[in-house]
Design a protein around this ligand. Structure first.
Ligand code: FEO
Length: 398
């Protein structure tokens, strides 16, 4: 059975949600699924704006057929060739053999790599500044390389003031009947997942996001249609300002995320004492996260949110305890910047964790090591050695 919703007259959402998928990109846990948005625009010409992950192709095809209402499909735009959006292009070419695929030159190259058996399919290459007329409406293309792959195109429809924004402004989480962000409690339902999506999927490419935000700033936009999650038609400044902060690697909140690893509780005991001292000093927003039990993607999202981080972990096999090593590797790979970081290590006979953490943190741009790093010898019996670090963190937040 089809399941479509109207975005505007003759512009229909034909995407779908996958609530069964456990891992996005087979890596990031999904607690509430994910939506793959796609849109049919019916004008003198018809165009399908992207496809979906092949996992929900059956639903998607019914949606497209219902939305077209017996009309043929003239164009299929590939905004983004990653298979969560471009994975069903081959099937659409089989169902609609007369259609012309539209995308950037790089999208054409990727299309031929993913679907070599259809490399001769009609493909209209478009780029920055090109316009595709659909009749009364048109699409102006905006190059958005590395948001999140190099082939990405945004499309602006001036007649309706809609920006089709590919992965940008998207989020993890299935849609549940409310297509528009203003129809729901977005902060409660989606904000933390939008942040986790941004930081882990697009976070590495902040300068590219800044570049395309500047281009978007020159447009009159009344609606943002991303490829994941709800559509924005009210208070666009809310999500635009989040993207501006996230892509400048600017903290979203003054507060402390304490990422700790503790094999037998001694390191945890130290960070618990530190957290209590911070609370006593008036620090209002403190999060303690056990990196051994928490998928790194959630830690990355919190690192994107908070101004101050504390990293606490033991030495292990003459190196850094593995889950903390993984987290630091990811934060560096994603180019996290502009944070204040305090360090606590623990060892019983040979110290290595502090050296590794210091080196990794020092390699990050504009990251300040705050307070005197503390390398514990097995356990702390007196919390006094944490006083100076707690004071330095609390002072930095005033
Ligand atoms: Fe939603 Fe980069 O794909």
């Amino acid at each position: 059975m089809h399941c479509i919703q109207e975005v505007k007259k003759d512009i229909l959402w034909v995407g779908g949600s996958d609530r069964r998928l456990a891992l996005f990109e087979n890596m990031f846990p999904l607690e509430a699924g994910v939506s793959y948005n796609a849109y049919i625009i019916k004008d003198e010409k018809t165009i399908l704006m992207d496809t979906v992950d092949p996992a929900i192709f059956g639903q998607f095809l019914q949606n497209v057929e219902a939305a077209l209402g017996g009309r043929s499909l003239d164009y299929l735009l590939i905004s983004h060739m990653e298979p969560d959006h471009g994975g069903a292009v081959l099937e659409m070419l089989q169902h609609y053999p007369g259609l012309t695929v539209v995308g950037s030159k790089k999208a054409h190259q990727l299309f031929c790599q993913f679907f070599p058996e259809k490399a001769d399919a009609p493909f209209l290459e478009v780029g920055e500044g090109d316009t595709l007329s659909l009749g009364k409406r048109s699409l102006q293309f905006i190059s958005a390389p590395m948001v999140h792959w190099p082939e990405v195109l945004f499309s602006y429809m001036p007649e309706e003031k809609i920006l089709f924004s590919a992965d940008a402004f998207g989020t993890f989480g299935a849609l549940s009947g409310n297509l528009f962000a203003d129809e729901m409690d977005f902060d409660d339902q989606f904000l933390s997942e939008a942040r986790r999506y941004y930081a882990n999927i697009v976070g590495k490419f902040g300068p590219s996001v800044q570049g395309v935000l500047k281009k978007a700033g020159a447009l009159e936009i009344e609606m943002l249609c991303p490829l994941h999650g709800p559509i924005w038609r009210k208070e666009l400044g809310y999500i635009l300002s989040k993207y501006d902060l996230w892509s400048r690697y600017a903290p979203e909140a003054k507060g402390v995320a304490i990422f700790y690893a503790s094999m037998y509780g001694h390191t945890e005991s130290a960070v618990s004492a530190l957290a209590a001292k911070l609370g006593d000093a008036g620090v209002a927003d403190i999060r303690m996260v056990d990196v051994s039990k928490t998928h790194p993607s959630y830690c990355v999202a919190l690192a994107w949110k908070y101004s101050n981080l504390v990293l606490a972990a033991p030495t292990y096999n003459m190196g850094l305890y593995y889950p903390m090593n993984t987290l630091l590797h990811e934060l560096a790979a994603l180019n996290l910047q502009n944070r204040k970081v305090s360090l606590i290590a623990n060892h019983s006979w040979a110290s290595a964790a502090m050296k590794v953490m210091t080196e990794k943190v020092s390699s990050m741009k504009n990251v300040e090591i705050l307070g005197e790093p503390l390398d514990i010898l097995s356990s702390l019996t007196d919390p006094a050695p944490l006083d100076a670090m707690a004071k330095a963190i609390a002072d930095s937040l005033r």
